[in-house]
Design a protein around this ligand. Sequence first.
Ligand code: ADP
Length: 605
Amino acid sequence: MLDPSNALRSAFLKHIQDPVAVFDTFPRLNVLESNQQFKDLLNRLLSNRSAENEPFLGLFSELEYQKFELEIAASVKHNEKASFKTNLNSNQPNEYWEVEMTPIFAEPAPMVICSFKKTDDRIQDLISELLERETKFRNFFDQAPLGMCVLKGTDLITEYANENMLNLWGKTRSEIINKPQQIVHAELAAREDILEKVRAIFDTGQQLTLNELQFSTSAGDAYLTAIYQPLKDEAGTVTNIFVIVNDITEQVNFRKELLKAKDILKLAMDASGMGSWNVDLNSKRCFLSERAQEIYTLDHNNLSISEAKSLVMERDMETVSQSIRKALHHQTSFNIEYEIKIEGTRHTKWLRSTGKAYYDPDGKPIYIAGAVLDITAVKQNELRKNDFISMVSHELRTPLTSLSAYIQLLQYKLKDANDAYAVDTLNKVGIQLKRMSLMIDGFLNVSLLEAGKIYLNMVQFNLMDLINVIAEENRIILPSHFIQVVGECDVMINADKEKIGNVLNNLIGNAAKYSKKESLIAIKCETNDDEVIVSIEDEGIGIKASDLDKLFDRFYRVDSADTKTISGFGVGLYICAELINQHGGKIWVESELKKGSTFYFSLPL
Ligand code: ADP
């Protein structure tokens, strides 16, 4: 125990290098005596906190002071030395002090000698802060989506490389760390030009970027972009190079594929004589490729929309505008045929154009682009063919009409002759004649349709009556099948009776043609609020889903083992669709292969 006498205490305190103070603990904590070092410390810290009456309070922040009080109380209570670390009331966060407390026996209450020692903890703190930063940096390095490494000296020794870099190089860490690049990478060793450029960074201190570096790997060619960033010391000398590498193989291959596709497209367009065009919806101008300009027979390749419109024949103007409007609103492509006038001549040309609109990210259309083909020759052939079919059909119809009149006459005459064989044969002749007339009517209809010469003769009639008459006629022509009219719908419609009769004949004829003998054909008629729907259902061979949308195209026939032996020209459904469309109705089909088909058409009421 120390002698608490004043003189000795003062002498002791003088000889101690660290700040020391003797505290009274009663009636409250107070500095009884202290050395000069303690006073200096107090003076320095006092500027941070004013405590005029009890200057030693300035040593601590409020929180730290509470700790100090508790530690002193504990040391006195247990009559034991105690110590605690504090950064005092310093405004330097890394300044740490160790306060050692030694209780001294005294009356009326113990005293405590407190010595203050600056510790090295702040260095520890700095180290842990540095370590923490390095860990964060390494994490960032390792997790970065790019390959990164650090090269040291002109030998380009790999000091560090992240996971991505190792993956790019296809090496393990031990294979590359502390080894020169050119030794680890055979590819690089062969590229002295690149190595030279990288080494030069140590002299120039300039960043180097190498774009699209090509390397061959086991998986094929790889492409990289590499950025070499000099790292300098305090004197500005380059000591290391920080390398960032991005694998751009996918982008480069994609670009190459795109260029290849563009080349192929150009070859295909050149080979087919197709031109391309582009309408900028902002400037409202059309731009034509060289071939498109040739097709339009223009001496310029850039024209306004109204100029382009003025080239289209009036008759086709509505089709063209409507298709483009539809494509714009429904984001679909269009495929149209139209006739144009050749500027400064009386000639015309037939063109086929396909195209589609392209939109900005907000969904606003910015341009329409497409291809155009001169189909004048094909169109003229088609017109000639149609004219021929129309003429031949017309010519064949006249003798056929006379033939059926003669047959009716004969049938009338034979009524009383009691000659069953003759009656039967004559009926068969009648049936074949009817078939032939239907076929010829079909051809005639096609050519008339093509020429836009089918006119509807609209009358009011009872649809059910027509269905019953047609069903009856077909029972005679097609005794091989059971033709049934299902249900009743007493509905008057306004339509061309003969043409609707043609549609029904066609659909019933097909139902029989594409199904087994003695199977059922059911004709049904239903109405809803604003339309009447007629359906013809069969138990036949059915139609593949992939054929359904082409069925109503001109000359389309399903090509399968089942249909090979069945004759036809592929015009029946085309005519039906055209006739129903002209009536403002719709035609469609539901079918399952080997189960049967149901053809529907609707007519507005
Ligand atoms: P065609 O019968 O003269 O070939 P269509 O235009 O009438 O021409 O019919 C087109 C194609 O649709 C036919 O070739 C046939 O393959 C298919 N088809 C039409 N009706 C049916 C049906 N009821 N069942 C199965 N296939 C049918």
